[in-house]
Design a protein. Structure first.
Length: 570
């Protein structure tokens, strides 16, 4: 058995390498490559997957680790700030999609029960796929990214409750729906007690050993997920709550960084297995329903989310970007229909229909999300109907207007140090940042600031670059910085433009586009160390003084929640 599993894994990894290599050459989303690999390895083509039980376990580990890392970032502050929009959008989208989907299914001639299942199935979107796509884009920490993950988790909770309810209707089920809810409440209480009592003590005690910290975190995630599974809950919810219980730990960044490679490997197996389990028999009779329901998911779901977020007062761009994250169906959709077939509510061929919808919408939404910033300008003028008049909740402005000597895009990390210099030279400056929490923090310190994304052309058109002496972007994204350079040059040819890059080729491209200076943090660190050695020589006392200043600086950054980046976008 072990030899068979080892051989299967080896062949699957090689097949995945070949398929994703082609996808990379064609500049296509790798997630689609993983799913195609699963389809090829599945029973309809190469039939390579014989140890499906073991591979399913591996894929569950990937899902558990992924949602554990989502949970570890769901601190009380995030829940407090985004809880309302997540609940309203998550519940609202499921309700409206289900109602409209039911009407479409009835129009297509399906029975009431089949229409009910289909309408609910297409109302759920995949948290796992969206997490992967947003992580690859570096958008997980943006406002729309956090809102999206929030309402997708709400959707997952609704999906799990529906699955539990349908399971309880089965004559084979011995567990009542009420008992399941009571058990869930008990588990939540236990996790809450653990999160405020012994978990902080344990993580502090073992944090000196990075390997021990990784081992404990992985064990905690899988143990809590297994506990929830034992009580008839999903592994996903257990892993998510395991992460939430560690969200207040000061070592959560180290935990997340250590677990990322492990998570990435196992989550690839999840997508491969998802592709292998798709059913393609008897598809021809459902071509029209498949096309219409897929179109509704790809277009209707985003429109519903944009309308809900507009009603809540969010700008059309955040509504548009968040809306695209619901333009596909979820793995829960497939599970729901499969459960409906197993309990006798649905004919078996409906599984082929939902599989086809899954393939179309997952592929379509992947392209939409990856190229969202490129397609948004085409739709922006037509999206004004989704904005409420007046001040937007995500459009914080704390400045008096007028002319500014310096405009800084991105306060976190690099921007923090630059702000100190602005104050010393006593120049009037404006800070633009995409994080509302950062803007509120700056406003409390009486700095001129506003919420905004440097990749938003409408925002750049609003800013007065003509009188600015210097424009700085601390965002290491090539397309964003090229757009910013163009806008500044159109208004002011003499402004100093400083941008950030992590790649030499990108830095040279930025210079060719008109950047005055390109900061490359990794190289600058080496240059600073060289200058310090030349200045102090081998004077031990001088280096101790530098250490004290650096520790004071690091502690200040830690107080405001900064963490040193690895290679992420912002």
């Amino acid at each position: 058995m072990a030899e068979t599993l080892f051989t299967e894994l080896s062949i699957i990894i090689l097949l995945t390498l070949g398929v994703t290599g082609i996808m990379r050459l064609l500049k296509q989303p790798l997630v689609i490559g993983y799913i195609i690999t699963g389809v090829l390895a599945g029973p309809y083509y190469l039939n390579l997957l014989q140890s499906t039980e073991n591979l399913t376990t591996f894929s569950h580990i990937g899902v558990a680790l992924l949602l554990f890392m989502v949970g570890i970032n769901l601190s009380p502050n995030v829940v407090r700030d985004l809880g309302k929009v997540a609940l309203v959008t998550g519940i609202g989208q499921v309700v409206f999609t289900s109602l409209l989907g039911f009407a479409i299914a009835k129009f297509l001639g399906f029975s009431t029960l089949v229409s009910l299942y289909l309408s609910i199935a297409i109302s759920f979107s995949s948290t796992i796929i969206i997490m992967k796509l947003l992580s690859d884009k570096g958008d997980l920490e943006t406002l729309y990214g956090r809102i999206s993950i929030g309402f997708l988790i709400v959707q997952d909770l609704i999906a799990i409750l529906i699955l539990l309810f349908i399971s309880s209707l089965s004559s084979q089920s011995r567990v009542s729906f009420a008992n399941i809810i009571l058990e869930g409440a008990g588990l939540l209480v236990l996790l809450f007690i653990a999160g405020i009592s012994f978990l902080p003590w344990i993580t502090k005690a073992i944090a000196k050993s990075q390997e021990f910290l990784l081992l404990f975190s992985t064990g905690w995630a899988l143990a809590v997920a297994s506990l929830f599974q034992y009580f008839n809950f999903s592994i996903e919810i257990g892993a998510l709550l395991a992460g939430v219980s560690l969200s207040l730990s000061p070592y959560r960044y180290e935990i997340a960084a250590r677990m990322k490679p492990l998570r990435d490997f196992f989550i690839v197996l999840f997508f491969i297995l998802l592709g292998s389990q798709m059913v393609f028999s008897d598809v021809s009779q459902y071509v029209l329903p498949m096309v219409l329901l897929s179109a509704f998911v790809l277009i209707g779901n985003p429109v519903i989310v944009m309308a809900l977020m507009g009603f809540l007062g969010y700008t059309r761009k955040n509504g548009f970007l968040a809306g695209l994250t619901v333009a596909q169906i979820s793995e829960f959709s497939l599970i729901l229909v499969a459960l409906g077939v197993s309990v006798g509510h649905l004919p078996a061929d409906i599984l082929s229909l939902i599989t086809g919808i899954g393939l179309i919408t997952i592929a379509g939404s992947s392209y939409m999300i990856i190229y969202a910033n490129k397609i948004y300008p085409w739709f922006a003028p037509r999206l004004k109907i989704f904005e409420r008049p007046g001040k937007k909740v995500d459009e914080h402005r704390y400045h008096k207007g007028g002319d500014y000597d310096i405009i800084l895009f991105g306060y976190n990390r690099i921007g923090f140090s630059l702000l100190e210099s602005f104050r010393k030279i006593k120049k009037r400056f404006l800070v633009v940042d995409y994080n509302p929490e950062t803007i509120l923090s700056l406003a409390k310190e009486k700095f001129d600031c506003m919420y905004g994304d440097a990749s938003d052309s409408e925002l750049l058109n609003e800013l007065n670059f003509s009188s600015a002496k210097m424009v700085i972007s601390s965002i290491p994204d090539l397309d964003t910085n090229l757009l910013l350079i163009r806008h500044v040059h159109q208004a002011n040819q003499r402004a100093i433009i400083i941008v950030v890059s992590h790649q030499i080729d990108e830095a040279l491209t930025l210079y060719d586009a008109g950047a005055t200076y390109v900061l490359m943090p990794h190289f600058l660190g080496g240059s600073y160390a060289s200058a310090m050695i030349e200045k102090h020589g081998l004077n031990f006392r001088k280096f101790i003084q530098e250490k004290a200043r650096h520790m004071e600086h690091l502690n200040r950054r830690k107080e405001i929640g900064h963490e040193h980046p690895t290679h992420d976008r912002r």
